[in-house]
Design a binder for this molecule. Structure first.
Ligand code: TXA
Ligand code: MG
Length: 347
C-alpha cells in the first residue's frame, strides 16, 4: 500500500483535502489525522471490517478497544444506551476536548470496535482537522493513537510516517499536537466515576464538576488495570528508560552520577531534563522536555523527545520526574510505563 501524505492548515483545513480523506474513510480505508492530543489512526467506527484494519495496521491486540470520535453532541445518544446526567455535565464543560467517556454501548457499535466489550469509549476532539474530517465522513471515526502498538504515541506527521508508512492510505499533516498526551478515559458505568487513564483533562478539573472521582487502582505497577489498553507494555522508545523521582536537586545529582557511570561504560546516554535543570548536566545528550512551571509544554513534548532520542541512537534515557498534580499525573503515567517501571525514588 502506498501511503499519501497531505499537508493541511491545522486551523482552517482546505475542504478539498478533507473531502479526499473523508472519501477514504467512507470506502472503508485508513486515514491518520491530527487531534489536539496525539495523531489518530482513523476508520469508520460502524464498519466491522474497517475497524479490523486498524488492529492489523498497528499490530494491536484485538481485545484492546478503540475510542469512537464524534463531531456533534447528538451523536452520543446513538452510540450508547443511556446518557447519564454526569455525562451531560462533562460534555458541556469539556467537549470538544481531551476527555473520553466510557458508557454502555448501543447495538449500532460493532464488537470489533469495542474489543468485545459491552461498553464504548467516546470523545469529541477539539482539533479543526479532526472535526471537519468526522463531519465530512458522515460517520463516527474509531481512532487509536497512530503508532505501532507499544511505541510512543505520535505527536507530529513525521512520527506517524515512521511507524505507519505502507500501512495506511493517507496521513493528514497538521503540524505538532498541542496537548501531547492522550485524552483522559473516564468510566461512567459504575456508581463513582473512575479514571481509567489519566490524560489531557486533569483529575482536579473533573472533580470540580463531579465531586468525587476515583483513580483506577489498577493503574499502579503490577496491578490489573480495568482498561484493556493499560495492561500492555506501552509508550516505549527503543532505548532503555530510567525515571528518577524526588526533590529536584537530588534528581540532578543522581542523574549526573548515573550518566557519568554509563558513559564510562561506553553507553550513549540521553538525559530528559527540563528548562530549569538542563544547564546543570555536563555528560550525555541533554534535551529539555519543557518548563516545570508550564506542564503543558512538558506533556506536549514528552513523546516527541523520546522518539528524538531514538533517532539520535541513544541507548539509555534517564528522565527527571515531575510532581503528579494537574497534567503531571498523565505525564508520569506515560513516563513510568515507557520505563517499564524502572524507577529510582529519592528522598
Ligand atoms: O487522545 C486520545 O484518546 C487518542 C486520540 C487519537 O483521540 N486516542 C487514543 O486511543 O489514545 P488509544 O486506542 O491509543 O487508547 C484508547 C484507550 C485504551 O487504553 C483503551 O483500552 C481504552 O482507551 N478504552 C477504549 N474503549 C474502552 C472501553 N470500552 N472500556 C475501557 N477502556 C477503553
Ligand atoms: Mg495508544
Amino acid at each position: 500500500m502506498q501511503t499519501k501524505l497531505i499537508k493541511v492548515n491545522p486551523e482552517n483545513p482546505d475542504p478539498e483535502s478533507i473531502k479526499f480523506a473523508a472519501g477514504i474513510i467512507k470506502a472503508g480505508g485508513l486515514v491518520a489525522f491530527p487531534t489536539e492530543t496525539v495523531y489518530g489512526l482513523g476508520a469508520n467506527a460502524l464498519d466491522e471490517e474497517a475497524a479490523f484494519k486498524i488492529y492489523r495496521a498497528k499490530n494491536r491486540p484485538q481485545d484492546n478497544p478503540l475510542i469512537v470520535h464524534i463531531c456533534r453532541y447528538e451523536e452520543l445518544g446513538k452510540l450508547v444506551n443511556k446518557v447519564p446526567s454526569n455525562a451531560q455535565k462533562l460534555m458541556k464543560r469539556f467537549w470538544p476536548g481531551p476527555l473520553t467517556l466510557v458508557l454502555e454501548k448501543s447495538e449500532v457499535v460493532p464488537y470489533s470496535t469495542t474489543g468485545g466489550l459491552d461498553t464504548v469509549a467516546v470523545r469529541m476532539p477539539k482539533h479543526p482537522v479532526a472535526l471537519s474530517l468526522i463531519k465530512e465522513s458522515g460517520v463516527p471515526i474509531a481512532a487509536p493513537s497512530a503508532n505501532i502498538s507499544g511505541r510512543p504515541s505520535p505527536t507530529n506527521a513525521q512520527d506517524v510516517y515512521e511507524d505507519l508508512a505502507g500501512r495506511v492510505d493517507l496521513i493528514l499533516d497538521g503540524g505538532h499536537c498541542q496537548v501531547g498526551v492522550e485524552s483522559t478515559v473516564l468510566d461512567l458505568t459504575g456508581e463513582v466515576p473512575v479514571i481509567l487513564r489519566p490524560g489531557g483533562v486533569t483529575r482536579e478539573e473533573l472533580e470540580e464538576v463531579l465531586g468525587r472521582v476515583e483513580l483506577d487502582p489498577g493503574l499502579a505497577e503490577g496491578q490489573k488495570p480495568k482498561s484493556p489498553g493499560q495492561k500492555y507494555r506501552h509508550y516505549s522508545p527503543k532505548a532503555r528508560v530510567l525515571v528518577v523521582e524526588g526533590p529536584i536537586e537530588a534528581q540532578v545529582k543522581k542523574i549526573s552520577e548515573l550518566a557519568e557511570k554509563l558513559t564510562v561504560q561506553g553507553k550513549k546516554v540521553g538525559i530528559m531534563a527540563t528548562a530549569q535543570t538542563r544547564g546543570f548536566y555536563n555528560t550525555g545528550y541533554v534535551l529539555s522536555v519543557g518548563d516545570r512551571n508550564a506542564p503543558l509544554t512538558i506533556s506536549s513534548n514528552l513523546f516527541s523527545v523520546l522518539r528524538k532520542f531514538d533517532r539520535m541512537g541513544v541507548e539509555e534515557i534517564i528522565a527527571e520526574g515531575i510532581p503528579e498534580t494537574g497534567l503531571g499525573l498523565a505525564v508520569m503515567n506515560r513516563l513510568r510505563k515507557a520505563a517499564g517501571y524502572n524507577i529510582i525514588k529519592l528522598e
